[in-house]
Each structure stands twice: as C-alpha cells, then as structure tokens.
Design a protein around this ligand. Structure first.
Ligand SMILES: Nc1ncnc2c1ncn2[C@@H]1O[C@H](COP(=O)(O)OP(=O)(O)OP(=O)(O)O)[C@@H](O)[C@H]1O
Ligand SMILES: [Mg+2]
Length: 271
C-alpha cells in the first residue's frame, strides 16, 4: 500500500508544484491523477520514487518510508515501484531483450546495468514477460525498429519484470493514437488484476481516465480538489479541477481527448 502524507514540492525556481498532497493507493485499484497542464501530476508521480526530490512530506510504501532512505536503500526500494514513462525512456539502439533486462537492475542507470551479467532466470523471466505484453518473438529487434505502442509495451515489460509492489505511470498514452492508447490501458488493467498490484497513473485524456480508473484524483495547482469514483465526476467537479486553467484559457475539461486524436505516434524526444 502507498500512503502519501502532506507532500510538498517547491522547485528551485520557486514554483510550488505540490502544496500538501495526501492520498492512498492500495489493493489492485487503478487510480488516475487528472488535472490541467501544470497541475503537478508528473511532479507527484516522480516524487513518489524520488526521481524528483520532495521538499517535505512522507511517502510510505508498505512499511518503508521512502523520503528518509539513503542512496542504496532507495535503489532497493525503487525496485518495488515500476515506473512507466510518457516517452518510454528506452535505450533506442539496444534490443528489446536488453531493454527489458535493464529493469532487473532498476531504471536509474541503464548503461551501468547493461555491463552486468544477467542470470538464466532473468532471461527466462524476460521471455515470459515479453509474451505477456504481446511482444513474444521481437526480443532481438532493436527498440528503434518498433512502433510507439510496441515501445510502450517494452517499457511496461521493463517495469513488470521487477515484480513491483506498485506501478507508477506518467502519461503512458500521450504519444500514441487512440486505439493504441486503449490497448496499452487494457494491458495495464490486466497487470493490476493478474499481479494484484495497484496502478497510479497520470492521464491527460479525461475520457480514458473515466473509462479505466476505479478512482480519480483531481489535481489543480498543486492541490487535490477532487477524489472519487468516475461516476462522481460531474460538471461541478470538472469545473473545480479545471477552473483555474479555464480562467487563463489554456486548457478546458475536454482538451485531453482532442490531444490524443491529433497526436502522432512516438517521437524520439528525450527528457
Ligand atoms: N524541473 C522543474 N523545474 C521548475 N519547475 C518545474 C519543473 N518541473 C515542473 N515544474 C513546474 O511545476 C508545476 C507542475 O508541473 P508538472 O510537470 O508536475 O505538471 P503536470 O500536471 O504534469 O503538467 P502536464 O499535464 O503538462 O504534464 C508547473 O508549474 C511546472 O512549470
Ligand atoms: Mg506531466
């Protein structure tokens, strides 16, 4: 179970991205964080495994308090948190198999990981996981030969091979067309059920969130302004989540849907 308590993040620029966020994720629920651009969705996901260092607050994964861990302990704890990224973060010129195996040693330093030897068990498990995500037979293809949807499946396989206690997912479908997006969401849902782990996911496209999530967390300007099942996201709730953004006319409640329809498959932008 993940428990976030009074999480604050202020960037060195003075940007207050999180202003005391508290929430829980447990069981095998799919929890979607929704909200306008700049609300703090990515910051929240990235603070949980400390890819972004929180300013204050506590993060508990079962009995481990993540923010208090030293470097080595954090490396170990990160294996319990499978991270899936918007731009996939694969090593493009390495094979599918190599990318998946890098998950065995954490996602922090792929290059370092790939100099190590992997056990036969690791390789066997990688084949199993690749089958599971529908990429059986593609293990020797280079990552840069794959479509966007296939790349995201490699990213998912790399997270799943860790046998994590939770999946943290940041906009997994933003680079994908609507149909591929749905198949990725189907896969994440299956993993939550089959592995009995929760999924905390940022989704820009509100309609996808409503369709797939058990629970929505509405973030606006660094604060949780809505929590509840998708059925409770009525006009009033949408207004509260997106009101700030509508005032400065940058985003409206339905904006994410249009984005998905016009976005092209997999660019190679690096973070
Ligand atoms: N590395 C950074 N340095 C300074 N400010 C940052 C940094 N990353 C994010 N921010 C700021 O923190 C706030 C929250 O950003 P964040 O990326 O978490 O939002 P988001 O909800 O994920 O937005 P989007 O939907 O566009 O991905 C924004 O005001 C953003 O400008
Ligand atoms: Mg984001």
């Amino acid at each position: 179970m993940l428990r976030v308590n009074e999480l604050h993040k202020t960037y060195p620029t003075g940007d207050e991205a999180l202003k005391g966020v508290s929430m829980e994720v447990s069981g095998n629920e799919i929890v979607a964080i929704v909200g306008p651009s700049g609300a703090g969705k990515s910051t929240l996901i990235r603070c949980i495994n400390r890819l972004t260092e929180p300013t204050s607050g506590e993060i508990w994964l079962d009995d481990t308090e993540i923010t208090s861990l030293g470097k080595n302990e954090l490396r170990r704890a990160r294996r319990d948190m499978g991270m899936i990224f918007q731009e996939f973060n694969l090593v493009e010129r390495l094979t599918v198999m190599e990318n998946v195996l890098s998950g065995r040693l954490g996602y922090a330093s792929n290059w370092q990981a790939l100099r190590r030897k992997f056990t036969g068990d690791d390789v066997q498990r990688a084949y199993e996981v690749l089958d599971r995500v529908g990429l059986g037979g593609l293990e020797n293809n280079r990552a840069d030969e794959l479509s966007g949807g296939q790349r995201q499946r490699v990213g998912i396989a790399r997270a799943v091979i860790q046998r994590p206690k939770i999946l943290l997912v940041d906009e997994p479908t933003s680079s994908l067309d609507p149909e591929t997006s749905r198949s990725v969401m189907d896969l994440l849902t299956d993993i939550a059920t089959d592995d009995d782990i929760p999924v905390l996911i940022n989704i820009h496209e509100i309609e996808l969130a409503i369709e797939y999530a058990d629970r929505l967390v509405g973030l606006s300007d660094g604060e949780i302004v809505f929590q509840g099942p998708p059925e409770e996201l009525d006009e009033g709730a949408r207004d509260v989540i997106y009101r700030g953004a509508m005032q400065d006319e940058s985003v409206t409640a339905g904006a994410g849907v249009g984005d998905a329809e016009t976005s092209s498959v997999a660019t190679e932008r690096k973070e």
